[in-house]
Ligand binder design. Structure first.
Ligand code: GLC
Length: 543
């Protein structure tokens, strides 16, 4: 049987290290904590880990503001801890990819400190500096920061503005500077030489900005008052030159074995743009290996909507390219809340959907036990977005609450005693929803995930096969065939809360289903229980 390369096989497990496991007892998760949980991750069947940033950082944006690209923040441990983690993961067949923030650094990064010293600083053009309009005091253009306010900060020292598409503590790097690019590529090499197997590239489509700094046009939108979302971002991101840099990044990666780049590609807020994500895959072998299309995150829980969303994503994958899928991450409401409303039947359906599609599935820590969003009080908010926009925007802390390991205090995440405690409150449902409890219960959602991942590993049709959506049915059902080797498998998912009957192209037997035992049924008609999700094997003609 053909064996898929690790990053095509997956799943890849995203860890937000602050919230995974706190071995040091200070209330914040750390690298040693991740290392101690490697057996758990291996047991799940993940082939890779994406680590959200662990570099030294003032933590204004919790690590997405990097002040040194070559080290580990003491909060998470040391470079030695990192190497130990890498080695132990490798021994278990788990690859590690780092989160790499190329669009901006922290304002404390020595490059920016230097750049700020004067207009003639040798690193001045490593960042994006502009004079003001209207005699110097007007903003250079209308660009807005994603985290609120203008994207320009006036710098008293030199009388110019610097660009920051996120907080003002995250100045944008200038990707038109070859010297900066060269230096940044060396930072990537540092991690590749250590044995890291690739990177998740933060906001990769933001790297290059319009050379003339023209204004973004406005768009009409009924939304909460964030002016950033009222612009069409055609000038401050998605510039043609970015694709050239992506090709260079790919060429660097190709010098190392088995490496992978996955890009975070952000369209305008709420917009489905699989074509944009697809462009980052280049011709299939000269772009990123993977790119996130976030359309499913903006898609309601409806079979027909999900089908058209997935289909349009597949259509945008270039020949030789490879799709990937994501339902939850550290920036979004967890799918278990957003789509599942806390109903584990929906969580199981979503798991089956994610793990039986064509392409690499990404899992966000806790997804496998059906963790839901935390509900935080105002004083508990830490995310700069949540703090700034309270109460209009919930911010992102809700999907970053500590991993729920068991039913002991702090959900077994941390030994930090009150009043300090974990950095974000543990979701009180940890008493019923936690890894230890789920391990003991063979019918738990955790076992469901494990079984699905196992199936994905052992069936070529699932990890490398083709996909075809079958015309049929009541609209509430999603039905697709996966074909590979000499097998034909059928995913059948009932998105409604009512029983639904579908006709199958051939007789089938159950491989796994929330509604029936393995081996059943034998027939061409299938009546699904409410919210049932199953994977069936089509039997040869004549059965
Ligand atoms: C990405 C990250 C997000 C971060 C932002 C700025 O969208 O996923 O967490 O705040 O970039 O780096």
């Amino acid at each position: 049987m053909a064996k898929a390369v690790w990053w095509k096989q997956g799943p890849i497990y995203q860890i937000y290290p602050r919230s995974f496991f706190d071995a040091g007892g200070d209330g914040v998760g750390d690298l040693e904590g991740v290392r101690r949980k490697l057996d758990y991750i291996a047991g799940l069947g993940a082939t890779g880990i994406w680590l959200s940033p662990v570099y030294p950082s003032p933590m204004v944006d919790f690590g997405y503001d990097i002040s040194n690209y070559r080290d580990i923040d003491p909060l998470f441990g040391s470079l030695e801890d990192f190497k130990r983690l890498l080695g132990d993961a490798e021994r278990r067949g788990i690859r590690i990819i780092m989160d790499m923030v190329l669009n901006h650094s922290s304002d404390r990064h020595p490059w920016f400190v230097e750049s700020r010293t004067g207009r003639d600083s040798p690193k001045r053009d490593w960042y994006i500096w502009r004079g003001g309009r209207k005699g110097g005091r007007g903003y250079p253009n209308n660009w807005m920061g994603a985290f609120g306010g203008r994207a320009w900060k006036h710098d008293g020292e030199t009388g110019e503005y610097y660009l920051h598409l996120f907080t003002e503590a995250q100045p944008d790097l200038n990707w038109r500077s070859n010297a900066m690019k060269k230096a940044m590529f060396e930072e990537l090499r540092f991690w590749l030489d250590l044995g890291v197997k690739g990177f998740r590239l933060d906001v990769i489509n933001y790297l290059v900005k319009d050379a003339q700094f023209r204004n973004n046009p406005y768009r009409l939108r009924l939304t909460f008052p964030r002016r950033h979302d009222l612009q069409t971002h055609i000038m401050d991101r998605n510039q043609e030159e970015t694709f050239g840099i992506v090709r260079e990044l790919r060429a660097l990666m190709d010098q190392y074995d088995e490496t992978m780049l996955v890009g975070e590609v952000y369209p305008d807020e709420g917009v489905h743009d699989p074509a944009l994500a697809g462009r980052f895959l280049g011709g299939g072998d000269d772009g990123l290996h993977l790119a996130f299309d976030f359309s499913p995150i903006y898609t309601p829980f409806k079979a027909d909507r999900m089908e058209s969303c997935l289909k349009s994503w597949y259509e945008k994958i270039p020949p030789g390219g490879w799709p990937c899928h994501v339902l939850s991450n550290h920036d979004q409401s967890r799918a278990a809340t957003r789509l599942g409303g806390g109903d584990d039947r929906i969580n199981r359906l979503l798991a089956l959907l994610l793990l039986t599609q064509r392409g690499t599935p990404f899992l966000y820590y806790g997804e496998e036990i059906g963790m839901v969003d935390g509900r935080l009080k105002r004083r508990e908010l830490r995310d700069p977005v949540g703090v700034k926009y309270y109460p209009f925007h919930p911010g992102r802390d809700r999907s970053r609450t500590p991993m729920q390991w068991d039913d002991s205090p702090n959900a077994g995440f941390s030994a930090a005693a009150p009043p300090a405690g974990p950095w974000l409150p543990v979701n009180p449902d940890y008493r019923e929803r936690n890894v230890a409890g789920a391990e003991r219960d063979p019918s738990s959602i955790l076992h469901w995930y494990r079984d699905l991942i196992q199936l994905r590993k052992t069936h070529e049709a699932l990890h490398s096969g083709e996909i075809e959506f079958l015309p049929h049915h009541p609209r509430e059902v999603l039905m697709y065939e996966r074909r590979g080797g000499d097998e034909r498998l059928l995913g059948v998912l009932n998105f409604s809360r009512r029983p639904q009957t579908v006709s199958l192209p051939l007789s089938a037997e159950t491989l796994i289903s929330t509604g029936r035992a393995k081996g059943s049924p034998w027939g061409k008609e299938l009546t699904l229980a409410p919210l049932e999700a199953g994977l069936f094997r089509l039997l040869p003609e004549g059965f």
